[in-house]
Write a protein of this length. Structure first.
Length: 441
C-alpha cells in the first residue's frame, strides 16, 4: 500500500513530519520524492537521509548550500582537498563518469578477457533461448556450476568466480538439478552460488536490493561475482515483453546489475514463441545482446557474437542421473547436459551423440575386429576414465547398447554379431579424427 503524498509547505509541523518520514522505507520515500518533482537517476541512487532532506526542505543534495564559510585565499593553497561526492559510497552507489577520454580508453590492454573459453567474455550480456523442454535451464545450471568451480564447460576453461542465479522457475527443481550436477561432476559449487528465494521483477528498487545482497555474498564467499543468470526473462520482467520500450528498460536493469560487479557477465534465459527459431517478444532484446545462444533439437548454436567469430554449433544430450530414493522409496532423478566435444557434426558428416562417438573410437582402438563383449568392456573402461569416477555398470552397459545400435543403424559399424568392425565410413569418422587429434600437424 503506497503512502499518501506529503505536500511541501512551511506550515507542516516539521517535527511530526521528520518523525513520520523516518518510519518510511526507502522505496516509499522514492515514491514521495517522485511525486514532488525529483525524478531520474539522482533520486534512484540517493540515500535515505538525502530523500528525507528533500522532502523536508525541497532541496536536492547536489544543490545544497554549504553552511561553512568560504576558505580564505591565504589558506586555499594549504587546505586539504575537499572530499569527493562519492567518497564513502559503495561501488554500486557511486555515480559513473558521464564522459571518458578516448585517449584513456586506448591505454587499456588490447586483449579479450574470457569468462568461458573463447565463447563468453567478461563484461558482456547475452541470451540463451529455446522452446520449453529444450534443456536451456539445465545448460544454465551447468554454466553456473562450471564457473563456480572453475572447471571446464563443453571443453572450454572457465574463469572461476561466484555466481548470482535469479531463479524464476519452480523452486522444487532447484535441489534436484544442482544435486545432479554435483553427483555427476563430483565437484561442489554450493559455496560459490547464491540463488534468489523467489521471482522478482527487475526495476530500479529491486536491482539495488539485489546489488546490495550480492555484494554481501561476494564478501562472504571470498570471490568476485563472475556470472549472473536470469532464469527466465518472463519471470523477471514487468509489462509487455513485446513492447520495445519495456524490454529496453528491462535490459538496462540487467546491465546495471552486471556493471555493479566488474568482470562479470550476464546470461538471460528466454523462451521462443510460435516460431521456435526466434526469441519471443520484442526484437529490442536481440539488438541489446552481446551474444545469443539458441537451444534446439539437441544442439546449441550461436546466432550472434558481437565482438568475435561465431563458433560452430554444439551437440548435446541430457543424461539422466539417479539421486537416490525419497521418503516413499521412489527413485529421484534429474539430468545433466553432456556435449559432443570431439568434432563438429556438421563438418564431419556424422550425427552421433557423445556416447556413440566414444563407442566408435573404442572399437577402432581394439583393432580390425572385436566381439561385442570385448567392445563393451573397452567402452566401459573408456567411459569410466572420461567421467573420472566409477559409474554404475548397468547404466554404462545400457549406454553401450544404445550407442552400438546407433552406430550400426548409421552404417559406421558392421552388423555381424560374431565380430564387429568399423566400416569405411566409421574409419573416416573415428580413426582419422583420433589420429588428427594426436598429430595435429
Amino acid at each position: 500500500m503506497s503512502s499518501p503524498p506529503i505536500p511541501i509547505n512551511p506550515e507542516t509541523n516539521r517535527k511530526f513530519k521528520a518523525t513520520y518520514l523516518d518510519t518510511l522505507k526507502v522505496d516509499e520515500l522514492r515514491k514521495l520524492v517522485r511525486g514532488n518533482g525529483w525524478k531520474g537517476t539522482g533520486a534512484i541512487q540517493a540515500k535515505k537521509s538525502d530523500l528525507v532532506h528533500f522532502l523536508m526542505t525541497g532541496e536536492r543534495p547536489e544543490y545544497r548550500v554549504s553552511t561553512q564559510p568560504p576558505p580564505s585565499r591565504t589558506k586555499a593553497a594549504t587546505a586539504p582537498r575537499p572530499a569527493s561526492p562519492t567518497q564513502g559510497m559503495t561501488t554500486h552507489q557511486a555515480r559513473p563518469r558521464l564522459l571518458v577520454p578516448l585517449a584513456e580508453i586506448m591505454k587499456e590492454p588490447l586483449q579479450a578477457r574470457p569468462l568461458i573459453g573463447n565463447l563468453i567474455r567478461q563484461d558482456t550480456t547475452g541470451v540463451l533461448f529455446g522452446p520449453s523442454g529444450s534443456g536451456k535451464t539445465f545448460i544454465g545450471v551447468d554454466l553456473a556450476c562450471s564457473v563456480a568451480t572453475g572447471s571446464t564447460w563443453a571443453g572450454h576453461q572457465c574463469q572461476q568466480g561466484a555466481v548470482l542465479y535469479l531463479w524464476g522457475e519452480a523452486h522444487s527443481g532447484q535441489h534436484q538439478r544442482f544435486s545432479a550436477w554435483q553427483h555427476d561432476r563430483e565437484l561442489d559449487p554450493c559455496n560459490q552460488i547464491t540463488v534468489t528465494s523467489h521471482p522478482m521483477p527487475l526495476n530500479p528498487a529491486t536491482t539495488e536490493d539485489l546489488i546490495e545482497a550480492a555484494h554481501a555474498f561476494q564478501a562472504q564467499c571470498g570471490r568476485p561475482i563472475r556470472l549472473i543468470v536470469v532464469d527466465t526473462l518472463a519471470r523477471h520482467i514487468e509489462g509487455d515483453e513485446n513492447a520495445a520500450h519495456i524490454v529496453q528498460g528491462w535490459t538496462n536493469q540487467v546491465d546495471a546489475l552486471r556493471r555493479a560487479f566488474p568482470g562479470s557477465s550476464a546470461i538471460i534465459i528466454h523462451h521462443t514463441g510460435n516460431d521456435t527459431s526466434r526469441m519471443r517478444g520484442s526484437s529490442a532484446l536481440f539488438a541489446a545482446m552481446d551474444f545469443v545462444m539458441r537451444c534446439h533439437d539437441g544442439y546449441l548454436s550461436f546466432g550472434k557474437m558481437k565482438d568475435g567469430r561465431r563458433p560452430a554449433q554444439l551437440k548435446f544430450e541430457l543424461s539422466e542421473v539417479e539421486l537416490g530414493a525419497d521418503d516413499n522409496g521412489e527413485i529421484v532423478t534429474s539430468c545433466v547436459p553432456e556435449y559432443d566435444t570431439t568434432k563438429n557434426p556438421e563438418s564431419t558428416g556424422t550425427d552421433l551423440d557423445a556416447k556413440a562417438v566414444l563407442a566408435g573410437q573404442t572399437l577402432g582402438h581394439l583393432g580390425v575386429k572385436a566381439t561385442d563383449r570385448e567392445w563393451q568392456a573397452a567402452f566401459v573402461k573408456a567411459y569410466t576414465q572420461r567421467k573420472g569416477k566409477k559409474t554404475d555398470s548397468d547404466t554404462i552397459r545400457k549406454y553401450f547398447r544404445t550407442a552400438r545400435a546407433s552406430l550400426i543403424e548409421s552404417g559406421h559399424v558392421t552388423d555381424e554379431k560374431g565380430s564387429r568392425m568399423l566400416t569405411s565410413k566409421g574409419i573416416a569418422a573415428f580413426l582419422k579424427t583420433d589420429d588428427q587429434r594426436k598429430n595435429p600437424d
